[in-house]
Design a protein around this ligand. Structure first.
Ligand code: FEO
Length: 404
């Protein structure tokens, strides 16, 4: 179904999508570049009782409000379910409570603490739910499944038992606007969205793999016809398995495929020469997937995303003030925070008089969980000498061998 107008979209008989795309924000959470924007999804059920599931980010508040009020058709709002309190979904809560003072706000105990902390709101009518509690709207019965630390402590999923629809907060979401396609089966997801979905997962949820696994355990045996995340397209029918499999794999920290992410910092182009030469060698030796990033220009989130994707990571950086160049240090810090693990890694360092960078990269990567070093650390002094090419070739061979 294409999104054709600035009004609500029906996704099931009496269930509506009332979200919107944001192409104006440069950064998500003040950190992650989103050159292709992002969508904020919100859902409305019009049963005997009316129920809004989450609101939106401030950037689309006007659009959301228009969609939401149009769908309501003048009815009163009975329930506001808050699956996630992060302000990219909570910015319109104040407006909802002011407009519908009798609305019952549905959340767990942590939700209401956050509602107070963020907005100093203490709704007079509240329904504090526990794991497995149910709420009848009429035809629809909603069940609450806690998804603690995916990726905040108050997060919960809401399962519509009647329609077998799972509202999953941030889970199964992605960066990138919908751009007219509300459902994942309306796009070539592999080509158009997967990299951004992985970058979203790795950088927003990646640290909490065990928590994601715990939610998968809870979902075991529950029939699901539709998955409605707060970002990105809706999943339905046979397509649901695709994103579930991806999430499951990512949460186990297993790589998706053989491949190498080479991330380098270069001050005068000499470290870059080594990284690019290694990439050429790897391709020559038959490695199909090689991604090279200059991290002085590329945000660490792209490297972290590829670290979740590929079997092999190569980091190359110069020494700076007897330390590691700060741009590479930032990349490693993000990898540490997001719990990158279970990968092969190789190290390339540069130092004009006292090469510290290779030692620091080595120390930090080897301290991460279940990391396997491949090849000897490759060190240049200021620039690569022709006689070092065989050593680099050997490193490329060992990287290829590590994939077998
Ligand atoms: Fe989309 Fe965790 O907020």
């Amino acid at each position: 179904m294409a999104i054709t107008s600035d009004t609500e979209i029906r996704i099931k008989d009496d269930i509506y999508w009332v979200g919107g795309d944001d192409r104006t924000a440069g950064l998500f959470e003040g950190s992650f570049p989103i050159p292709e924007g992002v969508s904020y999804n919100s859902y409305l059920i019009l049963d005997d009782k009316t129920c809004l599931l989450d609101t939106c980010d401030i950037s689309i508040a006007t659009k959301f409000w228009k969609n939401f009020r149009h769908a309501m058709g003048g009815r009163n709002l009975d329930y506001l379910v808050i699956n996630h309190m992060e302000p990219d979904h909570g910015a319109a809560i104040i407006q909802v409570l002011e407009t519908y003072p009798d609305v019952t706000v549905v959340g767990n105990s942590k939700t209401f603490d956050m509602l107070d902390n963020f907005y100093q709101l203490q709704p007079s009518k509240r329904l504090v739910v526990k794991e497995g509690d149910e709420l009848r709207l009429g035809k629809h019965t909603l069940k609450f499944i806690f998804a603690v630390m995916v990726h905040w402590p108050e997060v919960m999923f809401t399962y519509d038992e009647t329609e077998k629809i799972l509202f999953t907060a941030d889970a199964f979401g992605t960066f990138k606007t919908l751009s007219g396609a509300l459902y994942s089966d309306e796009v070539d997801f592999d080509r158009e969205y997967l990299d951004e979905a992985r970058r979203y997962y790795a950088n927003i949820v990646g640290k909490y793999g065990s928590k994601v696994q715990a939610v998968f355990d809870k979902l075991e045996g529950i029939p699901i016809d539709m998955v409605c995340p707060l970002h990105g397209p809706i999943w339905r029918g046979d397509n649901i398995g695709y994103i579930m499999e991806k999430y499951f794999l990512w949460s186990t920290y297993e790589p998706e495929e053989n491949g190498v992410v080479i991330a380098y910092t270069s001050m005068y182009g000499n470290t870059a020469v080594v990284a690019e030469r290694l990439a050429l060698m790897l391709k020559e030796k038959g490695v199909e997937k090689v991604n090279v990033y200059d991290v002085t220009r590329t945000h660490p989130s792209y490297v972290v995303g590829d670290a979740f994707r590929f079997t092999n990571i190569v980091l190359a950086a110069p020494t700076y003030n007897n330390n590691l160049h700060p741009t590479m240090s930032a990349v490693i810090e993000d990898m540490e925070i997001m719990a990158v693990q279970n990968r092969c890694y190789s190290v390339i360092g540069n130092g004009s008089w006292a090469p510290q960078s290779p030692k620091i990269i080595e120390e930090r990567l080897s301290a991460m969980k279940n990391m396997t070093k491949v090849g000897e650390t490759f060190v240049i002094k200021s620039s690569m000498r022709p006689e070092q090419i065989p050593d680099l070739e050997r490193l490329a061979d060992e990287i290829v061998s590590s994939m077998e």
